[in-house]
Design a protein around this ligand. Structure first.
Ligand SMILES: Nc1ncnc2c1ncn2[C@@H]1O[C@H](COP(=O)(O)OP(=O)(O)OP(=O)(O)O)[C@@H](O)[C@H]1O
Length: 283
């Protein structure tokens, strides 16, 4: 699929790690066209290559063949136009909440914003994620959910063309996760960012996305199905629980993951593998 009007395009992306007999073909023929302001989720079984796709878009990995075009430019290195939020918050531990955002803002806007404008911008982005009350705290003094909030504020403050979220809520408890998802829904309705998010959570994918991209199992994983989520925004998790379209979308993704792309091999392999105690007895 090539779409010349798309903001972000992945064309025939292949990725092979290593070479010779140890070559590991991870991705094959990934084609995806994302519109400006679209929120896309990537979902698929563990190890299929979701982070590899995201890292190629981030410019942290080079595709073996094929490529990525963002806003008419080829991506071949990391850049401030693509901000990444990882599952394990990557805040600098010796800097406060405010300073963690400041470091990115100063780097990007030193030439274009005055010191007062930069300060106002840092405060505005921390307010957006409800962190104004903890500006002077160190990462070690705040919870995991708060750290993710600061990571999101830092990414938003960079005003990237694309926000890349690699399981941003993966390490959080269910309630904190729901809170942060709601904040992302609100921020998204305010700012209309272009977002690519990796998730393992079917509800999260449906709740947040305009389209859910489902990946087949590896090796040589590719896009198996793309599901448009035709639900009006802003979305409300409680109202959606009873919604027919919402439940239909959930069902489609569950069917893809657990019927069409069911992971049978590892289970069979695990059964075939003798238990540790058995191995010890045989030794
Ligand atoms: N830098 C690397 N060098 C070598 N192999 C890699 C590298 N990064 C990823 N892989 C391999 O690529 C495959 C896909 O990994 P990837 O992390 O992209 O999957 P994933 O779908 O994001 O997994 P998960 O859901 O468990 O995070 C795995 O077999 C992994 O071992």
């Amino acid at each position: 699929m090539s779409n010349t009007n798309a903001y972000l395009t992945l064309s025939q992306v292949d990725m092979v790690f290593g070479n010779g007999p140890s070559a590991n073909p991870v991705l094959s023929g990934i084609d995806l066209a994302i519109q400006r302001g679209e929120f896309i989720s990537l979902i698929g079984h563990s190890g299929c290559g979701k982070s590899t796709v995201l890292n190629i878009v981030a410019g942290l990995l080079r595709a073996t063949s094929g490529g990525v075009i963002l806003d008419n430019r080829e991506v071949n290195a990391p850049g401030p136009d693509r901000a990444v939020v990882f599952q394990n918050h990557s805040l600098l531990p010796w800097l406060t909440v405010y300073q963690n955002v400041e470091i990115a803002v100063d780097k990007i806007f030193r030439e274009t914003k005055t010191a007062a404008e930069r300060k106002e911008w840092i405060l505005r982005n921390l307010e957006m994620v409800s962190m104004s009350h903890a500006l002077n705290r160190l990462p070690s003094e705040i919870s995991g959910g708060m750290k993710q909030r600061v990571g999101i504020a830092r990414a938003l403050a960079m005003e990237p063309k694309v926000l890349l979220l690699d399981e941003p809520f993966g390490a959080l408890d269910a309630l904190t996760r729901a809170h942060l998802q709601d904040e992302v829904i609100r921020i998204q309705s305010e700012l209309g960012n272009t977002v690519m998010m990796i998730t393992h959570d079917v509800d999260e994918a449906v709740l947040l996305s305009d389209r859910v991209v489902m990946m087949t199992n590896g090796p040589s994983a590719t896009i198996g199905q793309i599901l448009p989520i035709d639900l009006p925004r802003p979305r409300n998790r409680i109202q959606l629980a009873e919604d027919r379209t919402y439940n239909h979308c959930r069902q489609e993704i569950l069917t893809f993951l657990y019927e069409k792309q069911r992971k049978v091999e590892p289970i069979a392999a695990a059964r075939a593998r003798p238990a540790a105690a058995e191995v010890a007895l045989r030794a």
